[in-house]
Design a protein around this ligand. Structure first.
Ligand code: T3D
Length: 256
C-alpha cells in the first residue's frame, strides 16, 4: 500500500496521505512519498492541488513510534524530512487546498496551515500537539499559525495544546468552510476545479506577494508588486482576460 496516493482529475491533483491505521502519522516513507506527490504537482498541467488524508485522520504529525528509542538529532530530521515538503507547498505556483477530513495534530496541523486554503469536515479537529509532549511548534507551525491567527491567539493556542473543533477553527479563521464529513471530498474537488480555471500564474504570483506581505516594508512590497504586475501583463491569461472583457464574453484562462 502506498503511503501517499495521488490522483488526477483534469487540472486538479489530489494527494492523499495514506496510513489510516495511525491517522496518517508521518514516517520516513511518508515524507518521501509526499515529496514525490508534490513533485508531480509541479507539472504545469496541474493548476490546483488538494491535500487530504485517508480514513478518519488528516495527519497527526510525527510517527511517535520512531521516538521509542532516543529521538536523535531532531533538528537534522526536520531539515531533511519536513522542511523540503513545507517549502515545496509554498513554492508551488498554484493554489493548494487542505481538505482536512479528520484530526490534524502536530506537524499535521502545520502541514494544513502551510496550504493556501483550508476546508474541513465537521468531524475534523486541530491540535497543536507539540507542547503536549514537551516539544515546540515546528514544520512552519509557528510561522503559519501566527500569520493566520495573529500573535496573541497563536500563543494562546500553540502554548496550550488545546484541541479546536472544526466549528471553533472556522470561528477563529483557521478554516474557511466546514462541511458534513461526507460532503468534504466533493466540495474540495469543486473548489479546486474552480481555482484551476482561474489565471494560474496570477494566483501563483499572488501567493508569492502574500508570503512577503507580513514582514516586508511598504517600499519593498510596492516594488515587488510592480515587478510581479509586469510579469502578470506578459501572461496569456492577462491578454485573454482583457479580450474577454472587451468582447463581453466569459474568459477562458489557460494558466499560461
Ligand atoms: O521527528 C521529528 O523530526 C520531530 C517532529 C515532530 C513534529 C510533531 O508532529 S510532534 C507531534 C506528534 N503528534 C502527536 O503528539 C499526536 C499524538 N496523537 C494523539 O494525541 C491522538 O492520537 C489524537 C488526539 C491525535 C487522536 O486521538 P484518537 O483517540 O482519535 O485516536 P488514537 O486512538 O489515539 O489513535 C489511533 C491510532 O493512531 C492509535 O493506534 P492503535 O492504538 O490503534 O494501534 C495511535 O497510537 C495511532 N497514532 C496516533 N497518533 C500517532 C499514532 N501513532 C504514531 N504516531 C502518532 N503521532
Amino acid at each position: 500500500m502506498a503511503e501517499v496516493e495521488t490522483s488526477r482529475d483534469g487540472a486538479v491533483l489530489t494527494i492523499t496521505l495514506n496510513r489510516p491505521d495511525v491517522l496518517n502519522a508521518l514516517n520516513m516513507d511518508m515524507h518521501r512519498a509526499l515529496a514525490s506527490g508534490l513533485k508531480d504537482a509541479r507539472d504545469p498541467a496541474v493548476r490546483a492541488v488538494v491535500v487530504t488524508g485517508a480514513g478518519r485522520g488528516f495527519c497527526v504529525g510525527q510517527d511517535l513510534t520512531e521516538f521509542r528509542e532516543a529521538a536523535g538529532d531532531i533538528g537534522a530530521r526536520l531539515r531533511e524530512n519536513y522542511h523540503p515538503n513545507i517549502r515545496a507547498i509554498r513554492g508551488l505556483e498554484k493554489p493548494v487546498i487542505a481538505a482536512v477530513n479528520g484530526v490534524a495534530a502536530g506537524a499535521g496541523m502545520s502541514l494544513a496551515c502551510a496550504c493556501d486554503v483550508r476546508i474541513a469536515a465537521d468531524t475534523a479537529s486541530f491540535i497543536p500537539a507539540f507542547i503536549n509532549i514537551g516539544l515546540i511548534p515546528d514544520s512552519g507551525g509557528s510561522y503559519f499559525v501566527t500569520r493566520i491567527l495573529g500573535p496573541a491567539r497563536a500563543f494562546e493556542w500553540l502554548a496550550s495544546g488545546k484541541k479546536l473543533s472544526a466549528a471553533e477553527a472556522q470561528a477563529w479563521g483557521l478554516v474557511s468552510e466546514v462541511l458534513e464529513a461526507g460532503a468534504l471530498a466533493g466540495r474540495a474537488s469543486q473548489l479546486a476545479a474552480q481555482l484551476a480555471d482561474l489565471p494560474t500564474r496570477g494566483i501563483g504570483m499572488t501567493k508569492r506577494l502574500l508570503d512577503h506581505a507580513v514582514d516586508s516594508s511598504l517600499e519593498d512590497q510596492l516594488e515587488r508588486e510592480a515587478q510581479l504586475q509586469t510579469a502578470a501583463t506578459q501572461t496569456d491569461d492577462f491578454r485573454e482576460g482583457v479580450a474577454a472583457f472587451l468582447e463581453k464574453r466569459p474568459p477562458r484562462f489557460s494558466g499560461s
